[in-house]
Ligand binder design. Structure first.
Ligand code: HEM
Length: 54
């Protein structure tokens, strides 16, 4: 997917969990939002995982 961040390079991860939560809730660019699909708790778990990839 062009433009999608590479989390293994740490792209976009210099933001607070709350900013990332918001982006994943409502969507960003070509990315659909996950609100109603994942709970906030589940999205925060995904963010914790993303932070282990660097
Ligand atoms: C487990 C699934 C996914 C996670 C955890 C995820 C997470 C993220 C995060 C954290 C960002 C950065 C937001 C920001 O900088 O504020 C992002 C951006 C982006 N994502 Fe995803 N995403 C997922 C699935 C997808 C899918 C399915 C697509 C494409 C259909 C996609 C396309 C994009 C694109 C294009 C951007 C950059 C948007 C922009 O800056 O204009 N993502 N994603």
């Amino acid at each position: 997917m062009p433009e999608a961040p590479n989390f293994a390079r740490g792209e976009r991860l210099l933001q607070s969990d709350i900013s990332l939560l918001n982006a994943m809730r409502i969507g960003r660019g070509a990315m659909p939002g996950y609100m109603g699909i994942l709970s906030d708790r589940e999205i925060l778990d995904v963010i914790s995982f993303l932070r282990t990839l660097r």
